[in-house]
Ligand binder design. Structure first.
Ligand code: 5GP
Length: 204
């Protein structure tokens, strides 16, 4: 049986770039990223069946009725769900599966499979997160404020995850992820101290 990892993070934390790097890492073997179904519109350069399976709300609801999802959730007004068969077939073949889910999805998967390893990526501070959200120039000021508010709620839940990684520095965060996913290793004391310090700041 392969291992199931779920990664969540507040929007703008750098989760997608870190996951991309982990999947290309030569020390991370036999690991694939789950492809979710979503009702949101594809963004430029997103291909059906690669980034997501893009479906209508009607089709999504049919999949819910047919019990085809391991979990599903509404995120920022769109529906997202993890296809159950795809994940279970890979785990049964001994492959590791990584799921990039919102926090509600991560909790649902952990509840269904206690052996799931949950990973939460945090920014070192809200100032840092705000800077990143502004830099990526994707959202309006209102939307950025909404995402920051949401981030506060998410950190309150994510603090209980099995592994917390601070993305203060891309390479260090990648090291933490690689050690945990490939070797099940704990973080160094220095990194643990940074997690504590960052969580204190974020939960203040
Ligand atoms: P985006 O639309 O930016 O690709 O993703 C928005 C959010 O939905 C992200 O937090 C992402 O992790 C989450 N997400 C993507 N797929 C799934 C899924 O299958 N289930 C859940 N619960 N969340 C998902």
């Amino acid at each position: 049986m392969g291992k199931l990892f779920v990664i969540s993070a507040p929007s703008g934390t750098g989760k997608t770039s870190l996951i991309r790097a982990i999947l290309e890492d030569s020390e991370v073997r036999n690991t694939s990223l789950g492809i979710s179904c979503t009702t949101r519109e594809p963004r430029a350069q997103e291909e059906d069946g690669i980034s997501y399976f893009f479906v209508t709300t009607e089709r999504f609801n049919e999949k819910i009725r047919n019990d085809e999802f391991l979990e599903y959730a509404e995120v920022f007004g769109n529906l997202y769900g993890t296809p159950k068969d795809w994940v279970l077939a890979r785990l049964a073949k001994g492959e590791n599966v990584l799921l990039e889910l919102d926090i509600q999805g991560a909790l649902q998967v952990k509840e269904a499979f206690q052996e799931t390893q949950t990973i939460f990526i945090i920014p070192p501070s809200y100032d840092d997160l705000e800077k990143r959200l502004k830099l990526r120039d994707q959202d309006s000021t209102d939307e950025i404020n909404r995402r920051l508010k949401e981030a506060k709620k998410e950190v309150g839940i994510g603090k209980t995850f099995d592994q917390i990684v601070v993305n203060n520095d891309f390479d260090q965060a990648l090291d933490d992820l690689r050690s945990f996913i490939s070797y099940g290793k704990e973080q160094s004391q220095e990194r643990k101290d940074l997690v504590k310090k960052s969580l204190n700041l974020l939960l203040d």
